[in-house]
Design a protein around this ligand. Sequence first.
Ligand code: SF4
Length: 393
Amino acid sequence: MTVVLAPIDRSCPADPPWIRPRAAYIHIPFCAHKCGYCDFASLAGADHLANRYLDALAAELELALDGPRPVASLFIGGGTPTRLNADQLSRLLATIARWFPLLDDGEWTVEANPGTLDPDKVDALASGGVNRISLGAQSFQPSSLRALERNHDPDDVSRAVALIAPRFDRWSLDLIFGAPGSTLDQWRDDLDRALALGPSHLSCYGLVFEKGTSLWKRRLDGLVRPVDEEVEHAMYAETIDRLSAAGLLQYEISNFARPGHESRHNLVYWANDAYYGFGLGAARYVAGVRSVNTRDLPAYLRRIESGQDATGPVERLDPEARARETAVLMLRRTAIGIDREDFRLRTGFDLDALCGPSLRRSCSRGWLEDDGRRVRLTRSGLFLADTVMSDLL
Ligand code: SF4
């Protein structure tokens, strides 16, 4: 199995990728409509602020950086970046390319939603340097799309893929299982229909009722209820089995890819490497300090336009807490797990001295496997990953 590890720059040990970022995230918050489960920094009905937002983003980059920072990975997420029109997308990409020139063989991903792409936008993305698209399909069942309060229909997904696939070798579909009212058969159909479109990468997440979302309120009011735990368990098992049978290998708890098509950007997060983040609500992790921008759009615009940064909470973890966090993130990588030598190099801690008792507990329960070099989740551990990880913390 080919698995891409976040690159370790051993030529410059004083400036490794867990200290100096080689990745950048840019957030575009605009959406056509707020989905029922969405807890992201996104908003509908604010498109009239898009040009002002792009100006602010450029000003934020100018304020924060004293020169271009070459990176191996760029990710424009949202929100719905493809809610911008083609001219706005071109302008955004030019701004980003100026500050974050992409290294050779670098990955540049843009998130897109069905129903928001057209040939001009796809052309703007491809000619602007983007080489990977992540499409939020979520489901092919009209009833699940309604339950999730998505505002597209299943055919919009295939129409979007018809635009993307001829221009991008690397593209991914996002799916959600466990929508209220959904069945195991419907989820099997979702997986089959996703595979039939030929993605090289699939992200499959179980639905989470995030506090404050419309879906969470509907659940509190008794208007919807989650699918039964056994059904959700069976849906996840089906995901692992069907996708691996189709040649998409599981490289993270919720992510599957053809060899060589793993998301390099997400591997940066799961190695606990450093990354830049700009835009509304964007998080960054630089030199061991994690900070996040305000999620309030008027406040973001006001602060940037008056020459201030938009940073909200800042967290500086002590070395031991950082090392434990690194162990948890690395464990998400189901194929690689935690490599003891890599862990020591990155954190300065010996894995067994730090986490020995909890690792042994999970190994003895059959949730982790340990070959002396690496520790990884077993298949049964995948279903109990939260328990294994909270024990490590
Ligand atoms: S399209 Fe994505 S970001 Fe926008 S509201 Fe829906 S889930 Fe949230």
